[in-house]
Design a protein. Structure first.
Length: 185
């Protein structure tokens, strides 16, 4: 049984113990994706699959975040299977990232590879959504990339609508595009 716990930013070191790495073997076909719709995403295979691990990007490891961001107001949930942490989600309300009032952004959602496809991510997101809604949040956003097909499909299944696509959004990763998703709570 999965147990979800609301935590504070002092848990970021243990939060980081959960791997965020995933294999990139296909990418979203952006020509088939339409903003504002609940369309089925089409993908295309890539010739050389690789592992993407956002935690290995300089300054992007969870233990680095307190030096770059004001983390004290972050909403953090962790998922546990017995005493072992197997997942987590962080939601932020930074006005520079989400200028809308009563809106927040899913900053990070991670599930241990062996625990994926067992409802952990869905449980984490449901806990976050319920808590945020009770605190007056009415819109939840999430940013994904076209190389993270699993995340895009996950958020689409959770009722998020694709709200925008920015091609080549990341100078350090030429060719990667940003997909923003939106869900009314």
């Amino acid at each position: 049984m999965i147990r979800i716990i609301e935590r504070t930013a002092d848990c970021l070191e243990s939060y980081a113990a959960v791997s965020i790495a995933f294999e990139v073997a296909e990418i979203i076909d952006l020509d088939s994706a339409q903003s504002g719709t609940q369309a089925v995403l089409k993908t295309r295979n890539i010739s050389a699959p690789y592992i993407k691990n956002y935690d290995l990007i300089a300054g992007n490891h969870p233990s680095d975040w307190p030096t770059r961001y004001h983390v004290s107001g972050w909403t953090i949930f962790t998922a546990h299977d017995d005493a072992r942490q197997i997942g987590g989600v962080i939601v932020v309300g930074d006005a520079a990232l989400i200028p809308e009032s009563k809106a927040m952004l899913v900053w990070d959602l991670r599930v241990e590879p062996e625990a994926r496809h067992r409802g952990v991510g869905r449980s984490l997101l449901a806990a976050a959504e319920g808590t945020l809604h009770s605190r007056g949040v009415r819109t939840l956003y999430v940013e994904t990339q076209d190389v993270n097909v699993g995340a895009c499909r996950f958020y689409e299944r959770q009722g998020f609508l694709l709200s925008s696509i920015v091609r080549n959004a990341y100078p350090q990763f030429p060719g990667e595009s940003r997909l923003m998703w939106k869900k009314l709570l």
